[in-house]
Design a binder for this molecule. Structure first.
Ligand code: ATP
Ligand code: MG
Length: 224
């Protein structure tokens, strides 16, 4: 079964479609990069896959489950349990510590306190932030904030992570380290990733690169 299957998705905001029949698929644990000019529809596609927005036509299946039949509650559950998103500007909760930010999605999901504590401990280690667990987001560097966001994205053990410009707000050395981390957590957890980026460096952690233009995927290149 595919981790993600997108078939002929069309999305319009006004009259002109922003997505004009997009199809792609990801196997479990597979990573693909999505590149293309500003305004080509990359974030719109990610929002449709992540259940933040709904397509007008076409089918999106995550782990074999079609999003079309899900009501708002079920979409909300999907966003908590199956798909996680990592953003350019991290979107951490500013009044919560590193540990609390990572714990938060598990609280929403009803994970018990003991298991939450264990998973927070493991995740903080995994992203290399054990020494910063009590810090608040404003006390962290950009790279550290993105590490917290990645740990948080893994908290509920999703099958798919969507990353929208995850290194877009970082200097290149920090961005490289974040790409290494994304690759490592994807390998370790067997989680598939779709990474939107303007940075050609991302191709080194992705087997495939998809080229998007004017709401269509024009082609793909294999890096291996
Ligand atoms: N909520 C919205 N309402 C109306 N138009 C929108 C909305 N969201 C996006 N658009 C339009 O859809 C098109 C695609 O936007 P999108 O954000 O998906 O592009 P992108 O490829 O992610 O660009 P960038 O690389 O700059 O992030 C743009 O023309 C944008 O103005
Ligand atoms: Mg975008």
């Amino acid at each position: 079964m595919k981790a993600l299957q997108v078939s002929r998705v069309i999305k319009k905001y006004d009259s002109d479609p922003v997505l004009r029949g997009v199809s792609l698929s990801l196997n479990p644990g597979e990573r693909a990069a999505l590149m293309g000019p500003s305004g080509s529809g990359k974030s719109t596609l990610l929002n449709c896959i992540g259940g933040i927005d709904r397509p007008d036509e076409g089918v999106i299946e995550i782990g074999g489950q079609s999003l079309a039949g899900l009501d708002e509650d079920a979409l909300c559950r999907l966003r908590r349990e199956t798909v996680s998103t990592v953003f350019q500007f991290f979107h951490l909760l500013p009044t919560l510590t590193v540990s609390e930010n990572i714990e938060f999605p598990m609280q929403l999901n009803g994970v018990g306190p003991r298991e939450r504590a264990e998973r927070v401990y493991d995740l903080i280690q995994e992203v290399g932030l054990s020494h910063r667990s009590g810090a608040l987001p404003h006390e962290l560097s950009g790279g550290e904030m993105q590490r917290v966001a990645i740990a948080r994205a893994l908290a509920n053990r999703p099958r798919l992570i969507l990353a929208d410009e995850p290194t877009g707000n970082l200097d290149s050395a920090t961005g490289e380290a974040i790409l290494d981390l994304l690759e490592a957590v994807s390998e370790k957890n067997g989680v598939a990733m779709l990474v939107v980026t303007h940075s050609p460096q991302v191709t080194r952690i992705c087997r495939r690169t998809l080229e998007m233009k004017d709401g269509r995927i024009l082609g793909q290149t294999d890096s291996e």
